[in-house]
Design a protein. Structure first.
Length: 503
C-alpha cells in the first residue's frame, strides 16, 4: 500500500523541498485549498482531499478535511487488527505523515481587523488534524514546525521512517501549539483581564545567556496576543541578552515612558539609579548620570527620544550593558560599533501592559498594572508649594512608582539626586535618598514617597536635612503627626491619595 502524506499549511516556507522529497520516497500527497494549488503550480503530483473524501469543500472552505476518510486514516492504530479492518472495510487508506500549520490568528491580532474578519482566521480543521495525528504518534508523524522538516527528511532518508522519539517530540509540539492557539482565541473573545482559566500564548524567541545567576538557565518568550515595548524590539548590536538584562530593559523603558519631556533613565539591579529630563538627550543623560555615577557603571540606559552621535560618544566613556531607545541616528550607531559587546536595542512598540504577574510556588498572582497617577493633589499643610516645587514633586512621584518599596526619591529641577528603595523601614529609605542627594546639591530639594508615613520621623528627618517640600499618598492613622511636623518646619506637604508599592 502506498504511503500517504497530508499537507495543508498557511506558512509555505521550505515546503516545496519537503514535498518533493516525499514524492521521491513514493508518498502520495494529499492537500487542500491554497496548499494544493501551490504544490500543483510547482509541478508536484498532488491529490485534492475532496477526491479522497468524495465530498466537495463547502461553506467557503470552512469544511473540507473534517471527514472519516481523513481522520480514520490518521487515527487508525496500525497494530490493532480491528482498526485496520474497519478502515479497509470503508476503503480508507492510512495517512502516515501530516504536515499542517494553522491559520495566522496570532499574526492578525492587534492589526485592526473587525470581529467578523478575525473569526475567519479561527482554524478548525487544522487543529483537528493535528490533534488526531498527535494522539496517534506511535504510527503517524505530525509536523507543524517548519524547523522540523530537515529532521524528518534526514530520518526517512537514513532509516526509511522517523523514530518514535521524533514522532513523540513532534506530537508534543502540536499540543503546545494548539493550547496556545486556543488561548489566543479565548483571550480575544473574552476580552477579560481575569478569566476563570488563565490562558497563555507565549512563544520562545530566544534562549538567554543565563538566568539571574550563571548557573540558571533562561529563555525569553513574547506574548502572541498583545504588543508591548519588550516585544519585537530590534537587536542592533551586542552580545546575547540575559534574564537580568531584559528585566532591567523593561523597567528602564517604562520609567522614561512616563514622561512627555526628553528623559533618560539608568537602571541597575532592577532599580532606577538615575532619572532626569533635559532639553535634549545628551543633557538628560548627563543629569541622570550625575545622580549616581558609581551605580550607573555596568547599568542599562533608556531614552524616550532618538539617540544622536554626541550622546553616543558620552555613553561610550563608561561601561554599560545596554542602551535602549525608540531610534538611533547613523552617527550614533557608528560610535557604538567601537564597543562590540554593548547591546543596542531599538524599541518599536509603546508600553502597553494591562496586567502584571508574579509567580509563586504552585500559583500565579495577577493584578492590573499600576498605570495611573492621582490628579487629586491635596495640599494638607499651611504652607503652599511654589509652582516650581509642585513641578518637581510631580516629577519625583513619577519615578518613585518604579523604585522598590519602601521607596523615596529626592529631586529638583527635573533631576533625581537621591533614590532610596527596597528597605524594610521607610526612614532608612529616606536617609539613604537624602544622604545621596546632599552629596551633590543642598538647595530646592523635594521628596516623594511611594506610600504614607506611619510616623512623623520621615517628615522630621527630611525637614532637618533641607528638604523643601514633600509628596506622599497619605492615609495613615497618624497622618496628622506628619502634617504637624511639616507645619512646625514651615514646609509644604501634598497628599495624592494613591499608593505606589512595587515589591
Amino acid at each position: 500500500m502506498q504511503k500517504q502524506a497530508l499537507i495543508s499549511v498557511s506558512d509555505k516556507s521550505n515546503l516545496l523541498e519537503f514535498a518533493k522529497f516525499l514524492v521521491e520516497q513514493d508518498y502520495k500527497i494529499l492537500s487542500t485549498g491554497g496548499t494544493y494549488k501551490h504544490l500543483q503550480d510547482n509541478g508536484i503530483a498532488v491529490t485534492e482531499v475532496k477526491d479522497v473524501t468524495g465530498f466537495p469543500e463547502i461553506l467557503d472552505g470552512r469544511v473540507k478535511s473534517l471527514h472519516p476518510a481523513i481522520h480514520g486514516g490518521i487515527m487508525a492504530r496500525r497494530a490493532d487488527e480491528n482498526h485496520m479492518a474497519t478502515i479497509a472495510e470503508h476503503g480508507i487508506n492510512p495517512i502516515d505523515i501530516v504536515i499542517v500549520n494553522l491559520y495566522p490568528f496570532f499574526e492578525k491580532m492587534n492589526t485592526g481587523l473587525s470581529e467578523a474578519e478575525m473569526i475567519e482566521f479561527i482554524d478548525i480543521g487544522g487543529p483537528s488534524m493535528l490533534r488526531s495525528s498527535a494522539k496517534n504518534f506511535y504510527d503517524v508523524t505530525v509536523v507543524t514546525d517548519v524547523n522540523d522538516y530537515e529532521t524528518v527528511i534526514n530520518e526517512i532518508r537514513e532509516n526509511g521512517s522517523t523514530s518514535i522519539e521524533t514522532r513523540k517530540l513532534c506530537a508534543g509540539k502540536v499540543f503546545n501549539l494548539t493550547s496556545a492557539y486556543d488561548a489566543a482565541i479565548s483571550t480575544y473573545l473574552l476580552g477579560e483581564d481575569f478569566p476563570q482559566f488563565l490562558e497563555s500564548s507565549y512563544e520562545k524567541v530566544m534562549d538567554l545567556r543565563y538566568g539571574e545567576n550563571p548557573h540558571q538557565k533562561a529563555a525569553y518568550y513574547v506574548d502572541k496576543t498583545k504588543n508591548g515595548a519588550m516585544k519585537d524590539f530590534e537587536y542592533l548590536q551586542g552580545k546575547e541578552l540575559s534574564f537580568n538584562n531584559i528585566r532591567d530593559m523593561d523597567l528602564a523603558y517604562k520609567v522614561v515612558s512616563e514622561f512627555e519631556e526628553t528623559t533618560c533613565c539608568a537602571v541597575k539591579h532592577s532599580t532606577p539609579c538615575g532619572v532626569a529630563i533635559g532639553e535634549n538627550v545628551l543633557e538628560a543623560y548627563e543629569k541622570a548620570y550625575e545622580c549616581d555615577p558609581m551605580s550607573i557603571f555596568g547599568g542599562i540606559i533608556a531614552f524616550n527620544r532618538e539617540v544622536d552621535g554626541k550622546t553616543a560618544v558620552e555613553l561610550n566613556k563608561i561601561f554599560l550593558e545596554i542602551v535602549i531607545a525608540p531610534s538611533f541616528t547613523e552617527a550614533a550607531l557608528e560610535v557604538f560599533k567601537q564597543k562590540k559587546n554593548l547591546r543596542i536595542i531599538k524599541v518599536k512598540n509603546p508600553v502597553s501592559d494591562k496586567v502584571t504577574y508574579v509567580k509563586v510556588d504552585g500559583g500565579l498572582i495577577v493584578q492590573s498594572t499600576d498605570n495611573q497617577f492621582s490628579t487629586d493633589l491635596n495640599v494638607v499643610t499651611a504652607t503652599q508649594p511654589t509652582e516650581k516645587q509642585m513641578t518637581d514633586l510631580v516629577f519625583a512621584q513619577k519615578i518613585v512608582k518604579w523604585v522598590k518599596s519602601n521607596a523615596i526619591v529626592v529631586a529638583t529641577n527635573g533631576q533625581a539626586y537621591g533614590i532610596g528603595g527596597g528597605q524594610t523601614n521607610r526612614i532608612w529609605a529616606a536617609q539613604q535618598a537624602i544622604a545621596r542627594a546632599k552629596e551633590k546639591v543642598n538647595e530646592d530639594l523635594v521628596l516623594a514617597s511611594d506610600a504614607f508615613f506611619p510616623f512623623r520621623d520621615v517628615a522630621d528627618y527630611a525637614a532637618e536635612n533641607g528638604i523643601k517640600a514633600i509628596i506622599q499618598p497619605g492615609g495613615s492613622i497618624k497622618d496628622q503627626d506628619s502634617i504637624d511636623a511639616c507645619d512646625e518646619y514651615g514646609i509644604p506637604m501634598v497628599f495624592t491619595g494613591m499608593r505606589h508599592f512595587m515589591h
